[in-house]
Design a protein around this ligand. Structure first.
Ligand code: PHE
Length: 485
């Protein structure tokens, strides 16, 4: 049995059941610590007994000496005593009130027209008086009553008794007291011991008994603070883009319909613009959009301008453009970025929240994050785009991706991206190359590769969740046990 020296010494001390404070350890706490392992091994038992001890309060001590106020009052009353004269009968101010209270409570006296009269002559001593006189030899129940009256204070104490089991006694018989006495057991290898080790003779070293490690001991799990799994994934996403030379951009949640939709050549009568898909704002109801920007948008939407497109051939409303809404995707940030930086090469990404009037279910949230990005450079093409998406998803731990032809009003070609995980394909987002109707009015020089992915669905797969809502339920156990991402 791999017990420490302290544990063996404790067992040796337990020839009979003993209080933890009386087994030769500096404190009962130390003895109890040494008792832990032997107890788990079935060698000893720890039993706990609660006891209450009482002490006289200063007032209690005085009353034990001179008698309770009601007893002293009884002597003064005799054949009847006007109440106010009680004060001159050896009872001080506070005691008069106390005495009258107890005289009534105990039924010893009544008050008749301001005069105290004994009910039944001089009463015999009560249990409380006897207990007070005999203290500390007092019955527990009476002591409790005296404590309630403030004459005693109660202290609760628990004593722990250690007792060997029959296995414990058998083990105790194998211990050699003399050897335990002289043993130099080492429970912990300290830097200090290592320092001394170098100076020791072989004999000195041999006299040290180094205790082995027990790798089967159960220990409590450690759960240090850490970032939420989603936050960890966001850091990882940023790292992936930074490593590829991208810069991060961000934008506001509140956006005009112009930058959320018109600038992206989304027709003004597109179904996604309807109230049931988009959160429109009441305050503010509209946002200003530059007049020349609006004029450009109008031309593109109505006729295609000089982009070679025919546009949507419908009437463009500037009022619709100015509607304030919560952005439905983060593509507003990349198109705004292009408007501000039309020339040169750019690689930017964004990680931000978007809002849609979705009914919440296991795979939909009305508020979620998108991972958005663009690359614009001479010769940027379809292959570059697919390659980029693949590199990103592989770095996130999803080497298998599938690209399906899709439609977005602002890209051509357009694709939807699925990721394979746990035997299933899951749709994670879209990508494409911005159409001339988007880029030409902004004066953008080179082709623009663009994409937008959903963060929570990605997280769901990574974390093995069946319900996307679980990400936002702060289940402490889940948070504690989810490994670092
Ligand atoms: N904005 C699209 C969405 O919300 C994704 C996308 C971004 C598609 C950029 C193509 C280009 O699903």
């Amino acid at each position: 049995m791999n017990l420490s020296l302290a544990e063996k010494r404790l067992i040796l001390a337990l020839d009979a059941p003993k209080d933890a404070g009386e087994v030769g350890f500096a404190t009962a706490g130390e003895a109890l610590r040494a008792a832990g392992a032997p107890e788990r091994l079935g060698l000893l038992q720890v039993s706990e007994t609660e006891s209450i001890s009482y002490k006289l309060t200063p007032e209690g001590a005085r009353f034990a000496d001179v008698g309770l106020p009601e007893r002293r009052a009884v002597s003064a009353i005799g054949d009847g005593l006007p109440m106010r004269e009680l004060a001159s009968a050896g009872l001080d101010g506070d005691e008069v009130k106390v005495a009258i209270g107890w005289l009534k409570k105990k039924g010893w006296a009544t008050i008749e027209k301001g005069t105290l009269v004994l009910t039944n002559g001089v009463p015999e001593k009560g249990a409380d008086e006897l207990a007070l006189e005999a203290f500390p030899e007092a019955p527990e129940e009476i002591s409790r009553q005296l404590a309630e009256r403030g004459l005693l204070t109660a202290t609760e104490r628990s004593t722990r008794t250690l007792e060997l089991t029959s296995e414990g006694h058998a083990y105790r018989a194998t211990l050699d007291p003399a050897q335990l006495e002289s043993s130099k057991e080492v429970n912990q290898i300290t830097p200090e011991l290592i320092g001394r080790w170098a100076e020791m003779t072989p004999e000195e070293r041999a006299s040290h008994e180094i205790r082995g490690f027990d790798f089967n001991v159960e220990v409590a799990g450690k759960h240090p603070g850490k970032a939420h799994p989603l936050t960890q994934m966001m850091s990882q996403i940023r790292q992936i883009f930074w490593n590829m030379g991208f810069e991060e951009i961000a934008g506001d949640y509140v956006e005009s319909a112009y930058w959320n939709m018109d600038a992206l050549f989304i027709p003004q009568d597109h179904p996604a613009r309807e109230m049931q898909d988009t959160f429109y704002l009441e305050h503010p109801k509209t946002l200003p959009v530059d007049a020349d920007v609006l004029a450009r948008g109008k031309q593109i939407h109505e006729t295609g301008g000089d982009t070679g497109s025919k546009g949507w051939q419908t009437k463009f409303s500037e009022e619709v453009s100015k509607q304030a809404l919560l952005r439905t995707h983060t593509t507003n940030t990349t198109v705004r970025y292009l408007a501000d930086n039309p020339s040169g090469n750019h690689k930017v990404f964004g990680l931000g929240k978007v809002f849609r009037k979705e009914t919440m279910d296991a795979t939909h949230l009305p508020e979620f994050y998108q991972i958005e990005g663009i690359v614009t450079e001479p010769g940027a093409n379809f292959n570059t785009l697919i390659g980029l998406c693949k590199v990103f998803f592989a770095a996130m731990g999803f080497p298998e991706t599938r690209f399906r032809p899709a439609y977005f009003p602002y890209t051509e070609p357009s694709m939807e991206i699925d990721v394979f995980y746990n035997g299933k394909w899951m749709e994670l987002g879209g990508c494409g190359i911005f159409r001339p109707e988007v880029t030409e009015p902004l004066g953008v020089e080179h082709p623009v590769l663009a994409w937008g992915f959903g963060l929570e669905r990605l997280a769901m797969m990574r974390l093995g969740l069946k319900d996307i809502r679980d990400l936002y339920v702060s289940d402490v156990n889940w948070l504690k046990t989810t490994p670092l991402q």
